[in-house]
Design a protein around this ligand. Structure first.
Ligand code: HEM
Length: 224
């Protein structure tokens, strides 16, 4: 077997792949949050729509989007492989034990948060990405404003962001461990970066969600 595929199929290779794809996806969130902050402007969504138009029309961005979807699928596929591998190893090792004795709460929560995260992503892509990229709609800002006037959607988003924060927190912890970055020298820098991703970014998305719910009802009324 090709040495690269041999490495990627090994336990440590799968963990490294998981860490690297997770970190790349987190970097996307920084760009996504920055773009979404345009929704807060008092301009009936003009700046955000111009940004969405640019993102949808630029060939380089479109190619990067395909890369992003590829990385999301790779992260999910590799996560399932790792989970199956761990389960197989546990079954062999601890045949006579109860599952709850051997499965740490954290790893269970990680799987649960991954499943909820995926559910959120599917709903999210169906609500916005499908309209912007597949149906080719232009006024995505109005779509976001009207979607976030529904209280159930706001609650679903805020709940999902807690799950996203949890998943990123534990994801970063184990990625730093796997990549050997958790050294004493860089401890505070690593902790700072982790907090930025697991807390500040989800909190930023939550702020946008609440702000739109509270203050963008007028923009929806004017558009109708
Ligand atoms: C206030 C919260 C959010 C808003 C208003 C929002 C809005 C949008 C919109 C309008 C799109 C579709 C088209 C475009 O890129 O312009 C989109 C795409 C997407 N969003 Fe969000 N988003 C939010 C939070 C999140 C979160 C928390 C995640 C993941 C953790 C996420 C992941 C994605 C992904 C993966 C895409 C597809 C990207 C692409 O292919 O370009 N979004 N979002």
């Amino acid at each position: 077997m090709n040495p690269f595929f041999k490495f990627i199929n090994s336990s440590v290779g799968k963990k490294i792949l998981m860490s690297l794809t997770g970190m790349l996806l987190s970097i996307f969130l920084v760009e996504h949050l920055a773009g979404n902050l345009l929704l807060l402007k008092n301009d009936s969504g003009e700046a955000f729509n111009a940004y969405a138009k640019f993102m949808g029309g630029n060939p380089i961005v479109r190619t990067m989007e395909i890369g992003l979807l590829g990385i999301i699928l790779l992260h999910i596929f590799n996560g399932i492989r790792l989970w199956l591998e761990n389960r197989g190893a546990r079954d062999k090792k601890y045949d006579s034990y109860q599952l709850s004795e051997n499965t740490t709460l954290q790893s269970r929560m990680m799987k649960l948060s991954a499943a909820l995260f995926l559910w959120f992503l599917i709903v999210h892509m169906r609500t916005f990405w499908f309209h912007a990229r597949i149906l080719g709609e232009h006024d995505i800002a109005s779509l976001v404003y009207s979607t976030f006037q529904q209280l159930w959607y706001v609650v679903f988003y805020l709940g999902s962001l807690v799950v996203v924060g949890f998943h990123l927190r534990h994801g970063f912890q184990s990625a730093f461990q796997t990549l050997g970055l958790r050294t004493k020298k860089y401890q505070s820098l690593i902790d700072f970066i982790a907090v930025l991703f697991w807390f500040v970014i989800p909190a930023g998305f939550a702020f946008i969600t609440i702000f739109i719910y509270l203050y963008k009802g007028n923009a929806v009324a004017l558009a109708q």
